[in-house]
Write a protein that binds this ligand. Structure first.
Ligand code: CMC
Length: 393
């Protein structure tokens, strides 16, 4: 017999032992495999962090070169997948295209090859960025670009998005670096909704492509990875500094939520937000775009931080408040933001899935040996007989 406890948001339920990411929400601390996020954001690259998360330690130079090459080697898409992607409506949401195409990838691999995650780690990382770039190209009505194996991960991604002709186009190195930092801070965040979903799906032994597609679906929700998009849409609606006060009144009356504020775990500040706040200044300086929206964002942040409603509830800007503003400054279409969160988070999903599979392979009974299957409290009808349509007349 089990004792059950009603915990609909899993606030008190531990579903895994994990050695990937450490978070202290009270102190605003976050570490990947023990290394502070601030040091990683400053000194490493996204692929180095992906390796750290997935395999447990920082790679040596040789390991990183080999890992980068394997990811690049696997970044080309099957032509069937490209054709499939072209068949979406011109205005289809890029995240919808990504979720469907990632699941479709499973159909291009022989069924017997699908169970071992390690075989697919490079392919998933490599192809995810190509799928995302294609989703963007489809959205703007341009031909797909082929990946370039001689470029770094984020550089290649930006290259595939923007290359317009045969010119040897290269993205600006400062923007490549900014994207690396954004992707490092987004790469994992322990058992957030989509990662819990990834572990959930892994427990059912679905293939890794379908599982990544499912985790990406969870990420798409506006309370999770859709928040950066929601932040910018909200700023667009507020439009002017004068509208901030009435907007905040509506938030306090619970008529709406201030997107980009609050976090389930961080109750002092979000360390990722602190890193990105610095980047906002740098990017705005670099791109020299002057838009009222950025002034509105700054003012809204200041007023909310001083407001008693937000202070009492310990609501601070989260990572999405700033990532939304950065993506806007870099000129990404608003509906592309969730995808810019999904690609780096794939590193975390793969790390968690691998950790769960390894624990299971070691047949440690304390670990993840069950299919995830929460209990419910039934609140429906008492037993009653079936009444046929005729009898009911
Ligand atoms: N705006 C206004 N009020 C808020 C907000 C907000 N953004 N967030 C929480 N509250 C209030 C909420 O109404 C409640 O008030 P009361 O105690 O009077 O009922 C109190 O604060 C506690 O809220 P909660 O919903 O119990 O807190 P939670 O920990 O379950 O919610 C959250 C976390 C992120 C879902 C929530 O803060 C939120 O909806 N924020 C806006 C959406 C957002 O920015 N999401 C991105 C999260 S960070 C990226 C990621 O990890 O995915």
């Amino acid at each position: 017999t089990h004792t059950v406890c009603y915990d609909s948001g899993y606030l008190n339920t531990v579903m895994a032992r994990s050695s990937i990411t450490y978070i202290d929400g009270e102190q605003g601390i976050m570490r990947y495999r023990g290394i502070p996020i601030e040091q990683l954001a400053e000194q490493s690259s996204f692929l180095e962090v992906a390796f750290l998360l997935i395999f447990g330690d920082l790679p040596s130079k040789g390991q990183l070169d080999q890992f980068s090459k394997l990811v690049a080697d696997h970044s080309f898409l099957h032509t069937d997948i490209c054709d499939y992607m072209r068949s979406f409506r011109y205005d289809a949401h890029p995240m919808g295209i990504f979720i469907s195409s990632m699941a479709a990838l499973a159909t291009t691999i022989p069924a017997g090859d699908l169970q071992q995650l390690d075989k697919h780690i490079y392919r998933i990382l490599g192809q995810a960025s190509t799928i995302a770039a294609n989703a963007y190209r489809h959205r703007i009505g341009r031909a797909f670009n082929e990946p370039r194996m001689d470029l770094g991960y984020t550089e290649n991604f930006l290259y595939m998005l923007d290359r317009l002709s045969e010119r040897d186009y290269r993205p600006h190195p400062a923007i490549v670096r900014a994207l690396d930092i954004l992707w490092i801070v987004h790469a994992d965040h322990e058992l957030n909704c989509s990662t819990a979903c990834m572990r959930h799906l892994t427990s059912a032994r679905v293939d890794p492509y379908t599982a990544i597609s499912g985790a990406a679906s969870a990420l798409f929700g506006p309370s999770h990875g859709g928040a950066a998009e929601a932040v910018v849409r909200q700023l667009e609606r507020i439009q002017t500094i004068e509208n901030i006060e009435p907007f905040l009144e509506r938030v306090k009356a619970k008529e709406e939520r201030l997107f980009g504020f609050g976090h389930r775990v961080y109750k002092s500040f979000d360390p990722r937000a602190r890193i990105l706040k610095e980047q906002v200044e740098k990017i705005l300086e670099l791109v020299k775009v002057e838009e009222p929206l950025f002034l509105v964002a700054k003012e809204l942040e200041q007023r909310a931080l001083q407001d008693e409603y937000f202070r009492a509830r310990r609501l601070y800007p989260n990572v999405d408040f700033y990532s939304g503003v950065i993506y806007r400054a870099l000129g990404f279409p608003t509906d592309f933001y969730p995808l810019l969160f999904a690609i780096p988070r794939i590193a975390g999903w793969l790390a968690h899935s691998r950790e769960a599979q390894l624990a299971e392979a070691q047949l440690d009974v304390r670990e993840h040996t069950h299919v995830v299957r929460p209990a419910q409290v039934y609140t429906g009808s008492a037993p009653r007989p079936f009444v046929s349509l005729e009898a009911g007349d």
